[in-house]
Design a protein around this ligand. Structure first.
Ligand code: GAR
Length: 189
């Protein structure tokens, strides 16, 4: 059984889907939730599922000692689900090809520092794109630049607003993120 840590900063709707997906899995379990925000909704969701959770300060997160808390929990795989801090080099190296992120657009477009959440959807709308979508990728030291694993697209119409684009994209995230993680974990067994 592989042990997943989810890192999340926000409401945690993707984290919830992943917890539900693996609740009765024989492949993996969500063992830990890490957040940088004490008030993040994802912490409550972890409590509801009886999953250990922790809040990290930026200095603790940027210190390689943090690896010890992941080792104590025997974490095999890290999932970034709306986690907004850049991942420090020590952590990228320790979890090379064992850490994935989801991005709410079709990378390599609309990625990079500051491109998160509604900022992404506003930029997609401003460019009058005909499509948007999701990208699941390995994590490296740069925002949104790791190797792409999976993408899915949705069509946009001129009537779409940043909010409706967000809804379309979130639907794709909820549909695909957990199954893609499961496939990756099965291929690593
Ligand atoms: C998701 O849409 C995810 O793609 C995005 O944050 C949202 C978190 O929603 N991540 C980024 O923008 C990373 N650059 P959630 O808390 O409801 O899962």
């Amino acid at each position: 059984m592989q042990r997943i840590a989810i890192f999340a900063s926000g409401s945690g709707s993707n984290a919830r889907k992943i917890m539900e997906h693996f609740a009765h899995s024989e492949v993996a379990q969500v063992a830990l939730v890490v957040s940088n925000r004490r008030k993040a909704g994802v912490l409550k969701i972890a409590d509801e599922h009886g999953i250990d959770r922790t809040v990290v300060s930026r200095s603790a997160f940027n210190d390689a000692q943090f690896l010890q808390s992941l080792a104590q929990q025997k974490i095999d795989f890290i999932v970034l689900a709306g986690f907004l801090w850049l991942i420090p080099t020590y952590l990228v190296q320790a979890f090379e090809r064992r850490m994935v992120n989801i991005h709410p657009a079709l990378l390599p477009q609309y990625g990079g520092a500051g491109m998160y959440g509604m900022n992404v959807h506003r930029a997609v709308k401003a460019a009058d794109e005909k499509q948007s979508g999701i990208t699941i990728h390995y994590v490296n030291e740069h925002y949104d630049e790791g190797q792409i694993i999976f993408q899915a697209t949705c069509d946009l119409t001129p009537e779409d607003t940043p909010e409706t684009i967000q809804q379309k994209v979130l639907k794709l995230e909820h549909q695909h993120f957990a199954p893609v993680i499961e496939e990756l974990l099965m291929s690593k067994k």
